[in-house]
Design a protein around this ligand. Structure first.
Ligand code: AMP
Ligand code: ZN
Length: 449
């Protein structure tokens, strides 16, 4: 049995997916306006270990893991303006770097990587639902979520409403009914990126992006939602509120998981104040391997803070050198199964320090050592090549997968808007391409016929 700490109840509990044949997990991905630092990859690596554990337990093709790319955001727009380029130039550049750094760390590509800009119709559809149900209101080109309309607001982060209002007070806009109301849609000026909407040309707020991408890519209620601890409030609180209100009270996620922060600066050599917060590229240029960086990120329990300094990397290097020497030359190919002791440690709320201790206990057994380190995802020990989302679903390549995802998203938006003619048209167009859709209680899935 896998046990996971659920932020929503502040306790560990047995993990029981709604449907063990379709375990769903979503992790908030990067906003692509600059190169991510090593701390940004802590959630990517932690939830990569979790998806490997889930596939081990439920079956490789029984888990659907989605991690989005936030490719519309005011920080992206600022960066594009500063460089005098289109926002796509910025987002494509930093998404590519993010994926490259993630690969260096042995992070597998998620099954789905929805992009905010290709899910705008789903966001508009969800905002329309919220307005229609009395949970949101339009004012001066904005649409705001009405927190007073949702009795459970604040339950995830356990903040009393008056505290949330105090926190929001710095930027209270006159059109807000309540200072804690947050933006679902905001107007764009002519020179800003924007999309047509019932409230005029504009762009979505950050929180509604995730709610809509989850609904469209995974379904109404998912098993696991993850992210960094800093996202608990307001981002996840707001995702929870929007989704529950749009879906008649159905919870967005059954388990909420949050990783602790990575702090720079233990020995003064890597610190934000020194302006040398490090990217994966900086670290590999300094001579650290992807294996070392990944193992360092996993050296503390994911819910604990982790101090990132050269002492930590040095310890990891010493330990890993010993293990890799024992393994010797490792040809590409299928890896042995991980030892039970290592899987058990990970099944206990992803206790990676206990897993590393268990590995130390089996290190004299070469197969066990190789199985364990490969299971932890050390990039140098991966099999020949990892299975792509396209291969999994019988398609030619990831590009085609993304194109089909976009069409399925457009159809979901049409259905939300009760535009049945358009939704049927898209279904038929997909069928002509050999793609079969299946609408279930948990959303729409698809496969190559
Ligand atoms: P961002 O692109 O800023 O939205 O961050 C992407 C992810 O990285 C989010 O899940 C954040 O919670 C997480 N994150 C940002 N900084 C750190 C840090 N220093 N340590 C751990 N996680 C972080
Ligand atoms: Zn999110």
């Amino acid at each position: 049995m896998i046990r996971l700490y659920n932020t929503a109840i502040r306790a560990k509990q047995d993990f029981v997916p709604v449907n063990p044949d379709r375990v769903t997990m979503y992790v908030c991905g990067p906003t692509v306006y600059g190169r991510a630092h090593i701390g940004n990859f802590r959630p990517a690596v932690v939830f990569d270990v979790l998806q490997r554990l889930l596939r081990h337990r439920f079956g490789a093709d029984k888990v659907i893991y989605a991690r989005n790319i936030t490719d519309i955001d005011d920080k992206i727009m600022d960066k594009a303006r500063a460089e005098g380029v289109a926002i796509e130039v910025i987002t494509e550049r930093y998404e590519a770097l993010y994926l490259e750094d993630a690969a260096t760390l042995g992070v597998e590509r998620p099954d789905l990587h929805p992009h905010a800009t290709t899910s705008i119709p789903a966001m508009i559809g969800m905002i329309e639902l919220l307005v229609a149900k009395g949970h949101a209101y339009a004012a001066e080109g904005h649409v705001l979520f009405d927190v007073a309309s949702h009795a459970d607001y604040g339950q995830l982060s356990r903040r009393p409403l008056d505290e949330m209002i105090a926190g929001a007070r710095v930027e209270v806009a006159p059109y807000k009914k309540n200072p804690a109301d947050f933006v679902l849609w905001k107007p764009s000026s002519k020179d800003q990126a924007g999309w047509p909407s019932p409230w005029g040309r504009g762009r979505p707020g950050w929180h509604i992006e995730c709610s809509a991408m989850i609904a469209e890519s995974l379904g109404t209620t998912i098993d696991i939602h993850g992210g960094g601890i800093d996202l608990t409030f307001p981002h996840h609180e707001n995702e929870c509120a929007q989704s529950a209100c749009a879906h008649d009270g159905a919870p967005l996620a059954n388990v909420w998981m949050h990783n602790g922060f990575l702090n720079f600066g233990g020995d003064g050599k890597m610190s934000k104040s020194l302006g040398n917060v490090l990217s994966v590229g900086d670290l590999t240029e300094a001579g650290w391997s992807g294996d070392e960086l990944r193992l360092a990120l996993l050296s503390a329990h994911y819910r604990q803070p982790l101090t990132w300094d050269t002492a930590l990397l040095g310890q990891v290097r010493a330990r890993l050198d010993k293990w890799l020497r024992k393994l010797g030359d490792v040809p590409k190919g299928v890896r042995p199964l991980p030892p039970v002791s290592v899987v058990e440690a990970l099944a206990d709320d992803l206790n990676t320090p206990a897993a590393l201790a268990a590995i130390a206990g089996v290190e004299s057994d070469r197969d066990a050592l190789l199985g364990a380190l490969a299971f932890l995802g050390l990039p140098s020990l991966g099999p020949e090549r990892s299975r792509s989302a396209a291969e999994m679903r019988g398609l030619a390549d990831d590009e085609e997968t993304a194109a089909v995802d976009a069409l399925v998203a457009a159809r979901t938006a049409a259905r939300l808007a009760k535009n049945w003619a358009e939704s049927d048209r898209i279904r038929d167009a997909l069928l002509a391409r050999g793609i079969v859709l299946e609408d279930g209680p948990a959303g729409t899935t698809w496969r190559a016929a």
